[in-house]
Design a protein around this ligand. Sequence first.
Ligand SMILES: Cc1cc2nc3c(=O)[nH]c(=O)nc-3n(C[C@H](O)[C@H](O)[C@H](O)COP(=O)(O)OP(=O)(O)OC[C@H]3O[C@@H](n4cnc5c(N)ncnc54)[C@H](O)[C@@H]3O)c2cc1C
Length: 430
Amino acid sequence: MNYRSPISPGVSWYEASVAERPSYPPLEGDIRADVAIVGGGYTGLSAALRLADQGTKAVLIDAHRFGDGASGRNGGQLGTGQRAWPTELEGDLGLERSRALFQIAEDAKSELLAMADDHGFDIDYRPGQISAVHKKRWIKGYRNHTEAMAERYDYPHLAFLDREQTAAAIGSERYHASIRDVGTGHIHPLKLVVGLAAAAKRSGAKLYENTPALDIAAENGGIAIRTERGVVHASRCLVATNAHGDAFDAEPVSPRHIMPIRSFVGTTSALPDDNAILPAGEAVDDSRFMVRYFRKTPDNRLMFGGREAYSAKTPNDIAGHIRRQIGEIFPALSKTDIDHVWGGSVGITLPRLPFVRTIMPGVTSIGGFSGHGVMMATHTGRLWADAVTGHRDDLDLLKDLDIPPFPGGTALRKPLLFLAMTWYAMLDRL
Ligand SMILES: Cc1cc2nc3c(=O)[nH]c(=O)nc-3n(C[C@H](O)[C@H](O)[C@H](O)COP(=O)(O)OP(=O)(O)OC[C@H]3O[C@@H](n4cnc5c(N)ncnc54)[C@H](O)[C@@H]3O)c2cc1C
């Protein structure tokens, strides 16, 4: 029984470069646990690991293979803070809450690296991130942000780079300025998935792939999760289906609040050893609303993401599109070979902050990290596990965020999103 994995147009460089990706059996028959988890990306897997480490009996099911959602296919950039800059969040949330959200993200960063270390798996962490300015009008804001982060958030790791410094750091004349962040870095996302799953299994969690949850319902003071060949009975349940919540309609709340945007990534063939691209090995994201993101792989390819889509239909010639985008930034690569092309669904929310909500008694839904989930999804899964076992209550800060549903219901939200995104794509070009 192999359910069609969430659509990707090809095999990723991550799949091609991960040494081992053990598979897990589908669930056959009924099973009882303290906690049931639906969805085996970073959120679900890190919750399962944390619960199992604390002696709680956890069962996790995924409709496909672990990492077939966003977690095995993303750009691997940890970033700093939440998706929106803390200085932007201050307006709506005030300085104190914005600082607390920033601190959660800093904890996410350090705990991710410590957890991989403690459980003995490698995630290919490389330090350094550059956020590049693609339009002159953003230069001042980036400079101010650098100063505000040091002054108001005690974050001394940012340095503003002018045009010349940026050209030297990226190896491209295309950008007007940038910020270098030496307090963060990037990883191999699928190695994180594989490591989390193996560690959770070793710690005693029961893991099942190719097992979609078809229905989540209350039963006798607990919860029953129905799958094709068995039922998971539990006292608590975490729904961690992110952008894929509407695939099996297991519950209606998450898909109303978390919208999929498809993002495509490609890698070039190996670059010549003497190339001038990213000599210090940072990852880059840029100031477009439709962010372009890139970095070099350990085997010296350029990995580049930026092509997006707002429907389930896979666009034509993704490799050609990515090659053109690469050529705009690195003209010498405008005819480069693209060896791997793949894509995944980014789960976004309206305010681009995580969705954490009790959706029925005993059932919490977590997702919608809006392109910022490598460290935040991993951390939020742990926070939820800690809340369940009574170890800490930092989750409340995320639960209190006001995440409205997308307007237009499931029928109209995609055309509305398409219109909004087309508008932002136009602003990126002006
Ligand atoms: C192309 C791309 C690039 C990205 N780049 C970055 C980046 O550089 N930095 C960053 O921080 N973030 C990035 N992200 C976002 C990041 O990958 C996600 O925020 C994060 O992986 C979300 O993890 P998750 O566990 O919440 O969800 P997912 O990894 O999406 O997992 C959800 C899982 O739920 C399963 N599922 C769905 N329905 C059911 C069901 N009914 N029953 C059982 N299982 C079900 C799916 O099969 C899937 O495995 C990117 C995302 C994409 C797609």
